[in-house]
Design a protein around this ligand. Sequence first.
Ligand code: NAD
Length: 292
Amino acid sequence: MQNHRVIDGKAIAAQVRDGVTKDVERLKSAHGIVPGLVVVLVGEDPASKVYVKNKGEQTKATGMNSWEHRLSAETTEADLLALVGKLNADPAVNGILVQLPLPKHINAERVLNTIDPNKDVDGFHPVNVGRLWVGERTLVPCTPTGSVILAKSVQPNLSGMNAVVIGRSNIVGKPVSALLLRENCTVTIAHSRTRNIQSVVKGADLLIAAVGIPEMVRGDWIKPGAIVIDVGINRVPGENGKTKLVGDVNYEECARVASAITPVPGGVGPMTIACLLQNTVEAAKMQHAIKD
Ligand code: NAD
């Protein structure tokens, strides 16, 4: 029996990118501005290299400028901070993203906090975290924004829903909770110390799972008819010695109970870069004091 809806992150991400492309055209024609994103990669992490390549290609596809700085793994923190300072001062650069993880000898927090908050397209700078919680215009972290767009694709008005977020990281759990509060949900944040998490999750009309434990959430945790957004990306052993990707939710079991659910892969994953592009346009607008 399949009466649940599978939320198609790929298709919705494509819609977001189309919106960005239109916005970029408008910024060019009405204001003569071409937004630009710089991605800085330090070292040779293979997964990071793939992400950076995808980000560059998708940025160019929307008509924006895209630049990459690839630095060796031996780059000093001082040199990286100097580069960030130069990019902060460059008016052609609207967004700066320093790809994580950074090599161990570099203090990632210090680097991220050096990025001009108005160019911080990851939305991790404490100034932007503060702006999000007080409800000011700001740059919001990408994966949380994407998760809320997916939930709203099912239920455009989330007001009054009981939302449970599993995870309290600065990258996903906390910012997605702030966004859901802004949507007028009643938000519960569950985490590694939560007692009887199963019964907490059972109260959720909307569940956001951002834990990093493969298939932790089981079918009998889910309230019938709930919307389930699975942020988790976990590599587990698959067939023929290969690895496969699974989420933090047991998809087969939860899909039987939920009204709508995101698959892994193809759910939240594709939304992250799409929202990064959206943030780059928003950063350009904020820097030029353009309202919409
Ligand atoms: P994290 O490790 O920083 O945080 C995990 C959170 O889960 C913590 O706050 C912790 O309290 C909570 N937790 C740990 N064990 C728990 C348990 N047994 N019960 C309840 N809560 C528990 O991870 P993160 O960066 O927030 O990422 C979470 C997941 O989302 C990972 O699988 C990651 O790969 C994925 N992710 C996906 C994207 C994307 O683009 N789709 C982006 C970022 C992260």
